[in-house]
Design a protein around this ligand. Structure first.
Ligand code: PHB
Ligand code: FE
Length: 328
């Protein structure tokens, strides 16, 4: 393997399909026209390249998110907020019992740069890993260009609230955010704002449904308002959440429109825990010891409410806080 300057990313020369292979510690990733192959000292694994790139895109854009990002039942990352574990089979009972699992810890910049380079090298022109299946091209085939605009698109992370002067802006036709085909019936009226003189820069209000109706992407929570550690992260969903999220804290869901079916499993073993169907107005709390994956039959609006308090993972794992928000 040659090291491509100027980073520490270990990448090979392109293979016969035009794609580089990448090494991270003792893990090796390679792809061909349809599949991604993962090898580690005690095992190997294969995934469809479109599922892999959709998961990789989110892990990169969300900077490894909260807790565990499972690409599927075998491969994933654990965020330690400064370092990241990359694992195969660690949260899979069968791999664990057979002692075939493998886990390595990396400084966040090294795994981030490796993942960014892999995402760039393996994403062909016309394929947008954030888009819904009918709103994007194909991930398959031999190497064909790139799609840097899509894979590096701006992630909305308001510091106070969308629409506040100097903060994240509203979406419009003019800034490349037309109303999605599934949301043509969503009213685009904006609230009237009547701030007292002198408070014009402090008062903001916007139509969240209109804002979400103009999302270009799926399964990508945007931080639209921040109050201390309380983050409102609404998102529009269609088809399947490309990762299985393993929580390190409680997350609340408010279903704003349409329907999402959640498969909920034990975070550590993958054993089935629940199937939850959420319809408009339903509110749910996902415990801190589960993993979950959502299925949205048509584009829907979901409010994910996150508590970003950095002390939560250790308070919960040490038993000082329960893994559920309410005992019933
Ligand atoms: C989640 O893991 O809670 C999650 C991730 C992405 C979404 C929605 C929910 O779009
Ligand atoms: Fe989650």
């Amino acid at each position: 393997m040659s090291v491509i300057a100027p980073t520490n990313v270990k990448a090979s020369e392109p293979n016969m399909y035009g794609y580089r292979a990448f090494e991270l510690g003792e893990f090796r990733f390679s792809r061909d026209e349809y599949f991604v192959y993962l090898e580690w000292p005690t095992g190997k694994h294969v995934m469809s390249v479109d599922s892999f790139l959709k998961a990789l895109q989110r892990d990169v854009a969300w900077q490894f998110f909260y807790g565990i990002v499972n690409f599927d039942g075998v491969l994933g990352t654990v965020n330690h907020y400064g370092t990241v574990d990359l694992f195969a089979g660690r949260y899979n009972d069968v791999y664990r019992k057979a002692e075939l699992d493998h886990l390595e810890n990396f400084e966040t910049p090294l795994i981030r740069e490796t993942f960014e380079r892999m995402l760039d090298d393996w994403t062909n022109v016309g394929f947008d890993p954030f888009a819904s299946p009918t709103e994007t091209g194909s991930a398959f085939g031999i190497k064909n260009g790139d799609n840097r605009a899509a894979i590096t698109r701006h992630r909305v992370t308001a510091s106070r609230m969308v629409g506040v002067p100097g903060d994240e802006g509203l979406r419009s036709d003019d800034n490349g955010h037309p109303v999605n085909r599934h949301f043509l019936d969503v009213t685009q009226e904006e609230p009237e704002k009547l701030p007292e003189p002198g408070f014009e820069d402090e008062i903001s209000a916007f139509n969240l449904f209109a804002y979400l109706s103009r999302s270009q992407v799926t399964w990508n929570p945007s931080v639209v308002s921040v109050c201390g550690d309380s983050l409102y992260c609404p998102t529009t969903e269609e088809y399947i959440l490309p990762i299985i999220h393993g929580n390190d804290r409680v997350e609340w869901f408010v279903q704003l429109s349409d329907e999402i079916i959640w498969q909920v499993e034990d975070r550590d073993t993958g054993a089935a825990r629940a199937k939850v169907t959420m319809r408009p107005g339903d509110v749910g709390a996902m415990p801190a010891d589960i993993r979950h994956q959502g299925y949205a039959p048509k584009r829907s609006m979901l409010l994910v409410w996150e508590n970003a308090d950095p002390d939560l993972p250790s308070l919960i794992s040490s038993g000082q806080l329960p893994s559920v928000p309410v005992e019933i």
